[in-house]
Design a protein around this ligand. Structure first.
Ligand SMILES: NC(=O)c1ccc[n+]([C@@H]2O[C@H](COP(=O)([O-])OP(=O)(O)OC[C@H]3O[C@@H](n4cnc5c(N)ncnc54)[C@H](OP(=O)(O)O)[C@@H]3O)[C@@H](O)[C@H]2O)c1
Length: 158
């Protein structure tokens, strides 16, 4: 299963200065629960924002920089290569951002995990438009600071 996980606000803001604009522990917990034991694929900037591999998950970073390396992280030079390799692991594969990665994968993922953060934050990074008509809502939770929803693509891409 190829999935995308994101949190965005009422203006679709996802980040500011290469970090999250909000601190919402309940939301971090949703991210942790979904991704634990699985594969997470991220852009180089998101990895640098986090600053370390996230424990308990296969961490994959995508970069065009051939000299990039970091302990605890697998590095690929394209999304296709990262998918090819992670497909061998028989785990759920999560694209975890950032903006440039979401733009490239939004039409190929089967499942969406979205936290709709309440409010409008200052930001410099946005989640792209995505056609939710192509997806069916399969789970919904209301939290104080966000609404959490999971969607499955109605017609699988592959
Ligand atoms: N709210 C959320 O759920 C969430 C989740 C994740 C991230 N974020 C936020 O998103 C922001 C970062 O997003 P961003 O778009 O600036 O950066 P990004 O997507 O994290 O990373 C961009 C970098 O990834 C590499 N890359 C992307 N596509 C590639 C491809 N097809 N082939 C090879 N390399 C590729 C390039 O690295 P090189 O330049 O090294 O070649 C590119 O500069 C941050 O503010 C972060 O906090 C928010």
């Amino acid at each position: 299963m190829i999935s995308l996980i994101v949190a965005f606000d009422e203006n679709r803001v996802i980040g500011k200065n290469n970090s999250l604009p909000w601190h919402i522990p309940d939301e971090m917990e949703k991210f942790k629960k979904a991704t634990m034991g699985n594969v997470i694929i991220m852009g180089r900037k998101t990895f640098e924002g986090i600053g370390r591999p996230l424990p308990g998950r296969v961490n994959i970073v995508i970069t065009g920089d051939k000299s990039f390396s970091h302990v605890g992280v697998e590095v690929f030079c394209s999304i296709e290569k990262a998918l090819e390799e992670s497909g061998k692991l028989e785990k759920e594969v999560f694209f975890i951002g950032g903006s440039s990665i979401y733009r490239q994968v939004k039409d190929l993922v089967d499942k969406l995990y979205i936290s709709y953060i309440h409010g409008k934050y200052e930001g410099d990074s946005y989640f792209p438009e995505i056609n939710l008509e192509e997806f069916q809502l399969i789970k919904e939770e209301h939290h104080d600071d966000f609404d959490y929803k999971e969607y499955m693509r109605k017609t699988p891409v592959i």
